[in-house]
Ligand binder design. Structure first.
Ligand code: UD1
Ligand code: UDP
Length: 364
């Protein structure tokens, strides 16, 4: 059976990195890269570090408006599906690459499989939320990371026969690379001490594209950087926005380029705690038992917030400052958060492969 996996951004590359080599062995598997992410540190570094083979097709779509990106990718993906006679398309997550793969496949009547289904923040202003809903409603087979996401799909009327709850594939990447990350020298390189710094990432359009929110968040971060070292591998979107709106960071903040996966895993593992609006980092941090403070008003990774492992702290100056100061003071509370059992576990990739073998590849 001819299967086409579509990816295009940093999180998709990481979250599919365990599945791609397995699919290569089990079916006639083709890999398509849309080129949504293209800078070395957002793209090739992950292929290199995660030993991922080269894509069979590169669309090189690059950056642009949502319609430009999605439309151009759709045309390219449609062409490749037709040319190769692909019978199944696999997409992951909630990016424009995911959406383009889903729309191209479903309009050609090709079986669509969506990994990381059912995530909902219920914020329809976030581009990812639109993508998630549309992709899930196009998909023939939906793999969810947990019970909440499974139930979100049922709530939207998606037939339970099409849904399989398997877990989150990002955890498989963490587990596969954790030992290697221990050898990273990134702490020495950045002159950081284990457990004595905060790791910050911020890139969501819902934060970066709202100047009032962005100013509030960075005012809080700047003020906090007097109290604790903060390291900030900056996403290119955020770098561009900060320059455009003229926000400058306090000089003591360690502002660095986006990191490769191994160094980033090390920085996450050794952080006192993490401040982020990333989706993937919320689950990875939880698995590593490093508390994550989510700089957003809502999250689609609710289970971790519900069990108290991650904290949703919002984006106002006052809420960020008060929660972080409290945690910096209260070591016992930080320890308590670390010891809350993580409800997530690895193994999603194997479960997905198992379902595919039994239910999708069985006809050849
Ligand atoms: C995209 C996803 C987001 C995901 C994120 C992961 C959508 C709608 N958004 O957001 O869900 O969390 O990827 O990181 O698909 N740029 C570079 N080099 C690159 C890629 C981007 O410089 O390799 C810059 C460009 O200025 C570009 C901007 O970053 O305009 C934004 O890139 P884009 O792919 O449109 O969205 P992300 O913010 O990366
Ligand atoms: N990541 C990385 N280097 C960095 C920042 C993040 O390797 O400098 C990894 C991180 O471990 C996670 C993924 O990138 O696996 C998250 O990507 P991102 O935050 O861009 O996207 P999201 O998960 O929010 O869609």
């Amino acid at each position: 059976m001819k299967v086409l996996t579509v990816l295009g951004t940093r999180p998709e590359i990481i979250k599919l990195s365990s599945l791609v080599p397995l699919l290569d062995k089990r079916c006639d598997h083709l890999l398509l890269h849309t080129g949504q992410h293209y800078s070395f540190q957002m793209d090739k570094v992950f292929f290199k570090e995660l030993n991922l083979r080269k894509p069979d097709y590169l669309l090189e779509v690059g950056s642009g408006t949502h319609a430009y990106q999605t439309g151009t990718m759709m045309m390219g993906i449609e062409r490749i599906i037709r040319k190769t006679g692909s019978e199944v398309v696999i997409v992951q997550g909630d990016t424009n690459s995911t959406l383009a793969g889903a729309l191209a496949a479903s309009k050609l009547g090709v079986r669509l499989i969506h990994i990381e289904s059912g995530c909902r923040s219920f914020n329809r202003h976030a581009p990812e939320e639109i993508n998630r809903v549309l992709v899930d409603h196009c998909a023939d087979l939906l793999f969810t990371p947990d019970k909440i996401t499974y139930e979100n799909l049922l709530q939207e009327g998606i037939d339970s026969q099409r849904i399989r709850m398997v877990g989150d594939t990002s955890l498989d990447a963490v587990l596969r690379n954790k030992a290697l990350a221990q050898k990273s020298r990134i702490l020495e390189k950045l002159a950081l001490l284990s457990g004595k710094y905060l790791l910050l990432t911020l890139h969501r359009a819902e934060t970066t594209d709202e100047v009032v929110i962005l100013k509030d968040v960075f005012q809080a971060i700047n003020d906090l950087s007097i109290l604790t070292p903060i390291v900030f591998p900056i996403h290119p979107r955020t770098q561009a926005v900060l320059k455009k709106v003229g926000i400058s960071l306090a000089p003591q903040i360690k502002l660095i380029a986006p990191l490769g996966y191994i160094d980033f895993l090390k920085l996450m593992s050794e952080a006192n705690f993490i401040l982020t609006d990333s989706g993937g980092i919320q689950t990875e941090g939880a698995l590593l038992n490093v508390p994550c403070l989510i700089l957003r008003k809502e999250t689609e990774w609710k289970e971790l917030v519900n069990v108290g492992k991650n904290l949703l702290i919002g984006v106002s100056y006052r809420s960020i400052i008060s929660k972080i100061k409290e945690l910096l003071r209260d070591k016992a509370e930080l320890e308590r958060l670390r010891f809350i059992p993580c409800p997530l576990s690895g193994g999603a990739t194997e479960k997905i492969l198992d379902v595919l073998m039994k239910e999708v590849f069985k006809d050849g």
